[in-house]
Write a protein that binds this ligand. Structure first.
Ligand SMILES: *Cc1c(COP(=O)(O)O)cnc(C)c1O
Length: 426
C-alpha cells in the first residue's frame, strides 16, 4: 500500500479504508473517547478527550487532593509540575530539558514572553507582527508596546499578505518579531528556520506562537536558533478545555530574560517569603503563581500518549489527510464554487484546510455539517475550517466529511433558518 493518496479518480471509500488499514498511527484512535457517529475535524480548536484522562484526573482529585491535601505540593510533586511537564513538551518542539515551563493562558504567556523579549533590545523601538495573526496576539501586543516601551510606547509594524512583507519592515529599529508559525485561519505555515534567520540578521528577537504547530507539525526551535516561543496545549495536544499554555526560552537568554509578571512561583526561593523579587534560575522564572493543577493533571494524561508518537509519522499522515481532503474538494465541490484557501504546497501547510465559496453562507454550511455529525468550524468573514489531527482522524473520516459537505451544498439544506442562528462562540 502506497503511503501517498492515489490520484483522485481512483479514490473511493474503500481506498480510504485501505489507507486506514495501512496507517502506522491507526492504533491511537482507540486511545481517544470519541462519540459514535461523529467525524471530528475541530481538534485544531479543542482536541479530543484521551481515554486515560478522566481516570487520571479522578485519581489526582481523590488521592492527591482528597487524601494528600496540602502534603501533595511535595509528595505528589505539585510544585514542580510546570517544569516537569515542560520537559515532556520539549521534544515536541525541538527544545531541551529545562527550556520549557507551563504557563497560564496562551494570551498571558505571550505577554510574559514578549515583554521579556523587548527588554533584551531596549534601544530598539519597534515590535513587528502580522495583520492576520490571531487577534489576542495583536491585542496583547498593544499592552506590551506600552509596558515595555518605557516613557513612550513602542511602535507597531504589521506585515500583511498583501504587503508589506517581513523584509520590508525589518530594520535596525526592530526589537522583536512575534509571528504565529501556522496561521489559525488559512493553515499557512512559515519556514520557521528561514524567518528566524532573517529576523536575526536584522538584530531582532524572534518570538514564535506555536498554538497551531505543537502536536500538528514537527518543530525544531533549537535547530532554528529561535529565541522565545509559547503555545497552547488544548488544541492538537488534547490537554482539555483551559489546559495551560507553555513557554520556551532559549537557554542562552534564560539568565538575562526578565519576565513581565514577577510572581512568587518564579522566585529563586519562594518559601523564603522575601519582600524583594529575585528571579529563579532558568525558565522557571517565567512561572507566575499557583498552577491550575486539575488542568495540569488532564494535560499530564495526554502527554503520556504523546510519548509514543513518532512526529515524522504524524507529519506524513497529516499531509496525506490534508492532501486527500484537498483533492476530494477539488473533484467534488468545485461545482458549488468551493475553493481551497490553504496553501497546496505541503511545506507551507499546517494540519488544517480552510475552504470558501461565494455561493453559500459558510457559517450556515458548517452548522448544517455539525447537525450531521461532521464537526468543523467557521472563521469570519467566510472560511470553513477543518483540522486534521492525525492521532484520531481517519482517511474514511475525510471521505465521509466531503460526502456530507457535498450533500449539504447540493440540497441547499444550509438555507434552513436554524443554521443561520449564531451562538456566542463560532
Ligand atoms: C488558540 C490561539 C490562542 C488562544 O489564546 P488563549 O489565551 O489560550 O485563549 C492564541 N493565539 C493563537 C495563534 C491561537 O491559535
Amino acid at each position: 500500500m502506497s503511503l501517498t493518496a492515489p490520484a483522485t479518480h481512483a479514490i473511493d471509500r474503500a481506498t480510504c479504508e485501505a489507507l486506514d488499514a495501512a496507517d502506522p498511527l491507526a492504533g491511537f484512535r482507540e486511545r481517544f473517547d470519541l462519540p459514535e457517529g461523529v467525524v471530528y475535524l475541530d481538534g485544531n480548536s479543542l482536541g479530543a478527550l484521551p481515554r486515560a484522562t478522566a481516570g487520571h484526573v479522578q485519581r489526582v482529585i481523590a488521592e492527591e487532593w482528597g487524601t494528600g491535601l496540602i502534603r501533595s505540593w511535595n509528595d505528589a510533586g505539585w510544585f514542580t509540575k510546570p517544569q516537569a511537564l515542560g520537559d515532556r513538551i520539549a521534544p515536541l518542539i525541538g527544545a531541551a530539558a529545562g527550556e520549557v515551563v507551563l504557563g497560564d493562558s496562551t494570551s498571558a504567556s505571550l505577554f510574559q514572553v514578549a515583554v521579556a523579549a523587548a527588554r533584551l533590545r531596549p534601544e530598539r523601538r519597534v515590535i513587528v507582527s502580522e495583520r492576520g495573526n490571531f487577534p489576542t496576539d495583536l491585542y496583547v501586543l498593544e499592552a506590551v508596546q506600552e509596558l515595555a516601551g518605557g516613557a513612550a510606547p513602542l511602535e507597531r509594524r504589521l506585515i500583511d499578505d498583501d504587503g508589506p512583507g517581513l523584509d520590508e519592515v525589518l530594520g535596525d529599529d526592530v526589537a522583536v518579531v512575534v509571528l504565529t508559525h501556522v496561521n489559525y485561519r488559512t493553515g499557512r505555515m512559515y519556514d520557521l528556520a528561514d524567518v528566524t534567520r532573517r529576523v536575526h540578521e536584522a538584530g531582532a528577537i524572534m518570538v514564535w506562537d506555536l498554538c497551531h504547530s505543537v502536536g500538528a507539525v514537527p518543530v525544531d526551535l533549537n535547530a532554528a536558533g529561535a529565541d522565545f516561543a509559547f503555545g497552547c496545549t488544548y488544541k492538537y495536544l488534547n490537554g482539555g478545555p483551559g489546559s495551560p499554555s507553555f513557554i520556551w526560552v532559549a537557554e542562552r537568554h534564560q539568565s538575562a530574560a526578565r519576565p513581565a509578571i514577577t510572581g512568587w512561583h518564579g522566585h529563586a526561593d519562594p518559601f523564603s517569603f522575601d519582600v524583594g523579587y529575585a528571579p529563579a534560575p532558568g525558565v522557571t522564572r517565567f512561572r507566575v503563581g499557583t498552577p491550575q493543577l486539575l488542568s495540569v493533571a488532564a494535560l499530564e494524561a495526554s502527554l503520556d500518549l504523546w510519548e509514543d508518537v513518532d512526529l515524522a509519522q504524524l507529519r506524513e499522515k497529516s499531509l496525506r489527510l490534508t492532501e486527500l481532503f484537498i483533492s476530494l474538494v477539488d473533484a467534488r465541490l468545485a461545482a458549488w464554487g468551493v475553493e481551497v484557501v490553504t496553501p497546496r504546497q505541503s511545506a507551507r501547510r499546517g494540519s488544517q484546510v480552510s475552504i470558501r465559496t461565494d455561493r453559500a453562507d459558510g457559517y450556515a454550511v458548517v452548522q448544517a455539517l455539525i447537525e450531521r455529525g461532521v464537526i468543523g468550524d467557521y472563521r469570519a468573514p467566510d472560511l470553513m475550517r477543518f483540522g486534521f489531527t492525525p492521532l484520531y482522524v481517519t482517511h474514511a473520516d475525510v471521505w465521509d466529511a466531503v460526502a456530507v459537505l457535498e450533500d449539504v451544498l447540493a440540497t441547499e439544506v444550509w438555507r434552513e433558518p436554524r443554521f443561520a442562528r449564531r451562538g456566542a462562540v463560532t
